[in-house]
Write a protein that binds this ligand. Sequence first.
Ligand SMILES: [Ca+2]
Length: 375
Amino acid sequence: MPFTFSIVALSALLAPPPSADSIGQRWRYASDGMAFTVEVVTTEIRVPVGIALLPDGRLLVADRFFGRLYAVDPKSGAKTVLEGLTQVLADSSEAGLLDVVLHPDYRTNGWIYLAYSFDRPGGTTTVVDRARLAGNRLTDIERLFEARPIVSGSEHYGGRLALQNGFLYLTLGDRNTRDQAQYLGNHHGKVIRLRDDGKIPADNPFVGRDDALPEIWSWGHRNPQGLAVHPATGELWANEHGPRGGDEVNVIRPGANYGWPLITYGQEYYGVPVGKGLTRRDGLEQPQHYWVPGIAPSGLTFYSGDKFPAWRGNLLSGAMSRTHLNRLVFDNGRVVKEERLLSDRGWRVRAVVQGPDGFLYLGVDGGMVLRIRPN
Ligand SMILES: [Ca+2]
């Protein structure tokens, strides 16, 4: 009917363009001659800091801001808040749900690992639990770790998790007590290593020392916000926030000291040197890469899938300032190229993970979950 047709045509003409964050919306890009599409999986997750893909295809998405864990249908984008996660401190500061990771043997043991901020009398800290999923409820919840001492501030919780070969790794920020990163008697500014059941491995580097906590794997960190296992070498890699500039990528080795606050490529926020203004010192590790000015890196993964051949072995970080997806290319273990993807959108990229499908999944503040797939 011509009349009906004209009404439809007119309404289509007058309809506003799709909003920048509607489910299914797509954008096209290219990198190294490889065309790819970015598409919105779901929306309205305030700070999607962590993403884990279940074997049934659903996504678990950690919302730091509200301290919620969502299960997301990858086809419709419909999301469900999982029940049972009741102890997260989420107070609009840097506190909240900090990461979600599946055990590598998830299909057989069902363990989901969660890091989050936790309220205690006199202050707050970072904890790790593991739990299983029964329907839409977390069950079998076990507390594996609690960082100490308690601090009254609400900054630099760290909270990134990685699992490999029966071990659990956790990054811990300096809680803005920066000098504590250089002391082994506390957990601030450390990467720690536990067994996947929370017990302390007998071969951790400081086990048996009176002046050190036995969970410590590495020290001298400021606020690591990304943690990844290298798919070929098994090395543990982390990125961390510097102060003003001096964000870093490090290979995390047992017992090593990464220097904060004694050495840094950054400055104080008010523009003067940190301490003596040193960038290197004997006995302190140098980063594999650093950014000046900083990019506020968050999330970290090596691409190891078959969907993006040109990106294999590359290291991907989200970037929350100078908003983009950061891609580092290596040759003989050295960074030889950096590419800033999706930099035209103003997206604060908070999380980046590779799915079992070989696609990449991003969490963007404000809050989208995106899927990247080749065209
Ligand atoms: Ca450092």
